[in-house]
Design a protein around this ligand. Structure first.
Ligand code: SF4
Length: 245
């Protein structure tokens, strides 16, 4: 069955084509330069019925330029029947080195917040990203720490089908979107994170209505500890929601 997110992908591709015809090189969603890469050639993700099958299906994906510079494909990890799922924008240095999502300093902060505010263990939730390969400022230096950048609109459009299928397979009750890039991409919005956070949004995935809530990216709390209060506020909303359903 079609999902709203699959419609997002189609809309996004149509929008990019329209912008390119106009000669524009940037789109408001991410403000990154559009640089068309290879067309999607992988089989339909709907053919995968489990996370393991989906992982195998895309482990060697080259559907966008990030596939040629990654050290590791970072699929996501956690409970395949999780009630709560987290989605960030993409892997960073530590994640690219290990193939695991959110395991650097920002990931450690996320894990602590999950445990202390939502009262769940990290293993009880599922954690993934919109793009599965590390977006680097300088792809020629994959071993350089701090060489991170947000994914481009084109990279996200190429990869959204994987996280969409992950959501369809896991069927969580609620999804927490970590940071502006992930929130804008999934919620199809150009609004800032402070307009999008601290409230519930609903999207339908394969026939199931799923609640979504956005919060600031945990990495932003490392740069400015005052941002922790936003994570705490939003996570308390998640905790209260999970108690009710
Ligand atoms: S980021 Fe996604 S679409 Fe691009 S190569 Fe990696 S898995 Fe494929």
């Amino acid at each position: 069955m079609d999902t709203e997110l699959q419609q997002v992908i189609r809309d996004f591709k149509a929008y990019l084509e329209q912008e390119q015809r106009k000669g524009l090189k940037a789109v408001p969603l991410s403000t990154r330069i559009i640089n068309p890469g290879k067309k999607t050639t992988a089989a339909d993700p709907a053919n995968s019925k489990t996370l393991e099958q989906l992982h195998q299906q895309f482990a060697n994906c080259q559907n966008c330029p990030l596939g040629s510079t990654r050290n590791n494909f970072v699929f996501g990890e956690g409970n395949a029947q999780a009630r709560l799922m987290f989605i960030g924008e993409g892997p960073g240095f530590d994640e690219d080195q290990t193939g695991r999502p959110f395991i650097g300093k920002a990931g450690q902060l996320l894990t602590k917040a999950i445990e202390t505010t939502i009262n769940l263990k990290r293993e009880e939730v599922y954690i993934g990203n919109i793009v599965k390969c590390h977006p680097m400022k300088d792809p020629g230096q994959p071993a350089l720490r701090g060489n991170d950048r947000p994914p481009t609109a084109e990279e996200m459009a190429a990869c959204l089908q994987i996280i969409t299928r992950q959501i369809e397979i896991i069927k969580p009750d609620i999804i927490c979107l970590l940071g502006r890039t992930a929130a804008q991409a999934i919620l199809r919005s150009n609004a800032g994170i402070h307009e999008l956070r601290n409230k519930f949004h609903t999207l339908n995935f394969a026939g199931k209505d799923i609640e979504l809530i956005a919060t600031v990216h945990p990495a932003s709390c490392l740069y400015d500890p005052a941002n922790k209060k936003y994570v705490w506020e939003d996570f308390k909303k998640i905790r209260d929601f999970l108690k009710k359903v």
